[in-house]
Design a protein. Sequence first.
Length: 543
Amino acid sequence: MAKNVGILAMDIYFPPTCVQQEALEAHDGASKGKYTIGLGQDCMAFCTEVEDVISMSLTAVTSLLAKYKIDPKQIGRLEVGSETVIDKSKSIKTFLMQIFEKSGNTDIEGVDSTNACYGGTAALFNCVNWVESSSWDGRYGLVVCTDSAVYAEGPARPTGGAAAIAMLIGPDAPIAFESKLRGSHMSHAYDFYKPNLASEYPVVDGKLSQTCYLMALDTCYKYFCHKYEKLEGKQFSLSDAAYFVFHSPYNKLVQKSFSRLLFNDFLRNASSVDEITKEKLAPFSTLTGDESYQSRDLEKASQQASKSLYDAKVQPTTLIPKQVGNMYTASLYAAFASLIHNKNSELAGKRVILFSYGSGLTATMFSLRFHEGQHPFSLSNIVSVMNVAGKLKSRHEFPPEKFVETMKLMEHRYGAKDFVTSKDCSLLSPGTYYLTEVDSMYRRFYAKKDGDFAACDNGSVANGLAIVSSVAEVKQIHDWCFKNWEVKFRHIQRNVNKVVDCIAKTDGGVIEQLIILEDPPHYVRCWLEEYIRQSSVTDDNFH
């Protein structure tokens, strides 16, 4: 049976485009500090028209596999968590299968999990449980959390964000699950939901949403503490874990959440807190649960009492969420990535508690143990691979006006078909995937920015097709496409003619790269892949 099952490797991707919250405050006419102090946020990432949850997840997965030199055939389960609806039937996981099909691996279990911000945790549990089960076939599990959080103009808009995180799951992990230490709370609530399928924007009851979050936190903590007591034979308190990581819609809620745990410790066992804390919290000991959720005085007193503990146990987890924003399913794991980034040399042997919440509502509190691990699956290598500081530093700040303009375009494009993006990948790093087109049948097409095979110039895309060396062979492929697919498109004919002309100009030599500035040949690309699969032509002839 597999032991110490958990997270072997991680990588994170967030868009290179962002807006400063302080600038957004001024643009929106909000009072100074409303976003930066009231919400506790510094910056917010967002997708432009060339990025979405699929492109981000493609980037995160290919990056992790490449950096850790993982053969795609070694993946046996792929689970995706997301609440960003691209298609009501086709899962994001199926888009990611393009990565694995190229290596001949289609034997991969798992699909998408969806419930607001909780889907990533469900995906993670599924992979961990699979590796721990009798169904495990010895291969790795792979978890992807990907979301773009966007809101209509108004007070909720600054709580947006976007990111994708990929996590490799297996035994003997540097981040191991304590699977018996887990407390969940599931209930029915209309705190945050997306009933309008024609819009990407949610319906939010802000006050109820915060109450539901804190209520779920209390309940999960109660169940978690009960299981810890049964397992360890003693009461659990905040001192029994080195760090606490929270789902982070905005940092102010994280501050409130940790102070709430301290209040819970005080109510369960006053002797577990110091005398100053007892004195500050004693006046609130007789409040009912509902009263305690609404009490501003309790909120203030508990945050004051927990300040030093918060700085030690929570603050190291807040870097990415404060800089990138609410990433929905990726938010909790971006906070966790922040902890590893900030404290990796101090983590071995320590316990960390994570709280995952998804509106509607679903929540779980669970425990992980750190080990240094062995290269390449070590905490220090996770830090190197993620390169959080480098990614944050290389971002491009947009003025609020440009951000609002982008949001309007994305709102117009949501659910649309038959359009081509600008293909402007000038701000993207090499290896990043981006959206190029949604055709008349709503099919989405992506390209990869790569220094070896693709280059971008003035928003045009170099499709990176390595062309075979003879006019005859191009015509053979052309004829095969029409014969097997029984369709004809004039722009396909034009593109094939371009290929023929290019080959003729090089006296039949191999063209390493064909740049097509209009009518991107997506159908040709798909047909070439099918031609490769069904003929004797080798992959070496095509890219």
